[in-house]
Design a binder for this molecule. Structure first.
Ligand code: GDG
Length: 727
């Protein structure tokens, strides 16, 4: 039966030895909390790191693995040093601060940590591949495993692979700082579906991919390596029913009443966070201090409770941070404490979930003020726990949750004065206003819970991973050129080559004029044409082709076959004497886009007009290319014209002028026993492949889907093939 394989850095259960005995403990944290429900309900297998097993005896290790198997968990064991570099070093020393915009905390001198990150992602790929059975869906989680989708794609080409990012995806301007940005983007693009919490994070990723790999992403889809990768927005949520259930539990209500009684009638303002520098605790403390300073008469009316859950204790940045927080609390309590109360009640430990919910129930105001946060589940849990529709939520506009929770009091956590003012607004908010806001928030959280989230992600994954049958067939049909085919071509009594130029014989250059043929290529074509018939079929202007190849004994075809020079001594002949009356208006449109897109330009040929944007800023150019395409499609339909999207070029040409039309002319002059080999890299060359008989050897250069029977990776490989035929 097809299963779901959940893959995350940590298993939701950690293995430890306490006083000689093996013990399994639940991990807290957003991801573990969110995926626990889907894991249980969907009969899924969870693959991840179970904590260090270094202190376990071999028997205890076996026992631990067996215990994990019992709860459908598969451990990925990592050595202590490797885990430290991968987790504390790269994941939390580089990616975590960068993705949360805390640039001064990013360690970019992390080559060894990066190597460990790659190795650990490989280890995960091995374990996942070993567990995988055809039909399974794989759901990879979070920033520690961003190389995994592509590593899995290589091992399991047909698998359904989804990836969800729990942290923000930063602006492309920030992401591009990362020295390993290209590998990370390529790693992610191995998935069928990439999920983000918000539209903004998705947009940031698309812009980063456009920048790093010079792609043209759509809003919800990126085409890369001949595959489509869907980009989804899936705001994570919580198990709202479970939180509600706990909030109604008599023991939990009793505990909440106890906390309230202890507060002695003071209003309770609560913060619950992992003790992480992204959560904005120091600035929150400054805001509390500002509040106490500004509102002397309210000082004894309020009790702040901060639960700070220990996290990443091994990392240096966290030790210093913890000290800072503790010192600040000491200072503020020293300043404003009295003989009977201190303003801030601080707990630095993990507590049971029942206690967390009791705190939610007891709190009049919840302070959620991260500097950046992917989503923030605490905010949603507080809402779900407020079964009486009262209480007030103060929420940072830099938490992903802010995109959904508009009825909260929104604050900029960097602006201490406004957070202090928000605290006052919250504690003095009239009950009727609390009700209106909280009821709306609760409706949203209850209807969009974690189960809806998981279901919608997996449904999208199913849709994204189901390839269109024709495209899939075309793609799988083309494979590397087998040695037997090369041998057949080599032994053929006569050979006819039909060769595209740009992207096939030379790599793409930033500007078309820079892609002139080099000496080596000219010598190769000259040698080839001494024994074989060589046709160069290009989309370029006749003048370029003539200037570059005119002196060689080649058969030349320019402008997608509109112009042909059948033999070296012949003149160029046009396909038809078309006056191209349509050009004036289309040229005006293209020039308009050129003005708006620096680096782009219009190329005019006898019967076609092309808009090139390879040298333009990719994101802007991509957006304008989509806009231009939409505008041209409307305009050209009635004129017998067609629009062709190539590699960073949009071209308008009359229908019927395409490279395929030269094929009958070429074949007319060829004896039947000749081998015909056609090689091309883009959409326009597909017309050649389509016009050739099945006996021809057709080769696509690159990774896109193609009608060609075989494929080669790049222009260098094409040249090697040409050389090897005469070797
Ligand atoms: C990452 C992203 C995103 C906290 N203290 C205790 C405890 N918790 C639970 C809370 C909540 C979870 O931990 C914290 O979740 P957050 O979402 O607030 O934060 P991260 O751990 O940073 O999570 C975040 C999330 O992934 C999901 O995508 O929202 O933006 O950073 O569920 O209740 N649980 C228990 N004891 C505690 O003392 N039992």
């Amino acid at each position: 039966m097809a299963r779901l394989l959940i893959v995350s850095n940590r298993l939701p259960i950690s293995v430890r030895v306490e006083r000689g005995a093996l013990c399994l403990t639940r991990s807290s944290g957003g991801l573990a909390t969110a995926m626990r429900g889907p894991h249980e309900r969907m009969n899924a297998l969870w693959i991840g790191w179970p904590g260090s097993v270094a202190s376990l005896s071999p028997e205890q290790r076996d026992d631990a693995d067996a215990a994990l198997a019992g709860i459908r968990a598969v451990p990925v064991h990592l050595g202590a040093a490797e885990q430290h570099r991968f987790y504390d070093g790269f994941s939390n020393g580089v990616l975590w601060p960068l993705f949360h915009y805390l640039l001064d905390k990013v360690n970019l001198d992390a080559e060894l940590d990066w190597e460990a990150y790659q190795r650990v992602n490989e280890r995960f790929a091995d374990v996942v591949a070993a567990q995988y059975a055809p039909g399974d869906a794989i759901w990879v989680h979070d920033y520690q495993l961003m190389l995994l989708p592509a590593l899995l794609r290589r091992r399991l080409p047909g698998a359904r692979i989804g990836f969800f990012l729990h942290v923000p995806f930063p602006s492309a301007e920030v992401f591009r700082i990362l020295p390993w940005r290209e590998q990370i983007v390529r790693g992610l693009l191995g998935a069928d579906l990439l999920g983000f919490h918000t539209v903004a994070y998705r947009r940031n990723f698309a812009a980063s991919a456009a920048h790093v790999l010079a792609l043209d992403p759509g809003e919800a889809m990126i085409e890369h390596d001949g595959r489509k990768v869907a980009l989804g927005v899936h705001p994570i949520s919580i198990d709202a029913l479970e939180v509600e259930r706990l909030a109604g539990h008599p023991g939990v209500r009793e505990e909440a009443a106890r906390i309230r009684a202890e507060a002695g009638g003071r209003k309770i303002v609560l913060g619950i966070d992992r003790l992480d520098y992204t959560k904005g605790i120091p600035r929150r403390l400054l805001a509390i201090e500002r509040f106490l300073e500004r509102e002397p008469e309210l000082r004894d009316e309020i009790r702040f409770i901060q639960l700070a859950v220990p996290t990443r204790e091994m990392a240096g940045a966290y030790t210093d941070f913890r000290r800072l927080v503790h010192e600040m609390i000491g200072r503020i309590n020293g300043q404003y404490g009295t003989t009977c109360a201190v303003p801030i009640h601080y707990m630095h430990r993990s507590v049971p979930l029942e206690q967390v919910v009791a705190l939610y129930l007891a709190a009049d105001v919840m302070l959620v003020t991260p500097l950046r946060d992917g989503m923030n589940l605490v905010a949603k849990e507080y809402i779900a726990a407020r079964v009486d529709d009262d209480g007030a939520l103060i929420l940072s506009e830099f938490a992903g949750a802010a995109a959904e929770l508009a009825e909260a009091i929104s604050v900029n956590p960097y602006d201490i004065g406004s957070v202090a003012a928000a605290v006052k607004q919250a504690i003095t908010m009239p009950p009727a206003e609390q009700q209106v806001r909280m009821a709306a928030l609760r409706r949203r959280v209850v209807t969009h819970d974690v189960h809806v989230w998981a279901r919608s992600f997996l449904d999208d994954l199913d849709r994204a991973a189901a390839p269109e049958p024709a495209a899939a067939a075309a793609l799988t049909a083309s494979r590397e050129v087998p040695e037997s085919v090369i041998e057949r071509v080599r032994r053929a009594p006569e050979r006819v080559w039909i060769l595209d130029y740009d992207g096939t014989l030379v790599p793409f250059a930033l500007v078309p004029d820079l892609a002139a043929p080099d000496e080596e290529l000219l010598a190769l074509l000259r040698a080839l044409s001494e024994r074989d018939r060589v046709h160069v079929v290009s989309g370029r202007r006749r003048a370029d082709i003539e200037r570059w190849f005119g002196a060689l004994p080649l058969h030349l075809h320019a402008e997608h076959g509109f112009w042909s020079r059948p033999k070296a001594c012949d003149d160029w002949v046009p396909l038809a004497s078309d006056a191209a009356a349509w050009k004036g208006e289309i040229r005006g449109i293209l020039e308009d886009f050129t003005r708006r897109t620096p680096g782009s330009f219009v190329e005019e040929k006898t019967v076609t007009l092309a808009w090139h944007y390879r040298a333009a800023e990719p994101e802007l150019a991509g957006e304008h290319a989509r806009e231009l395409r939409a505008r041209l499609e409307k305009r050209i339909a009635a004129d017998g014209l067609e629009l062709l999207g190539g590699a960073k070029v949009l071209e308008v040409r009359p229908r019927g002028v395409h490279k395929g039309r030269v094929v009958p002319l070429i074949l007319d002059e060829v004896p039947e026993r000749a081998a015909v080999i056609a090689i091309g890299d883009d959409r326009t060359d597909e017309d050649i492949f389509a016009a050739l008989p099945p006996s021809a050897c057709t080769i696509h250069v690159g990774n896109e889907s193609s009608l060609a029977a075989y494929r080669l990776p790049n222009a260098g490989a094409v040249r090697s093939l040409l050389r090897s035929i005469h070797a």
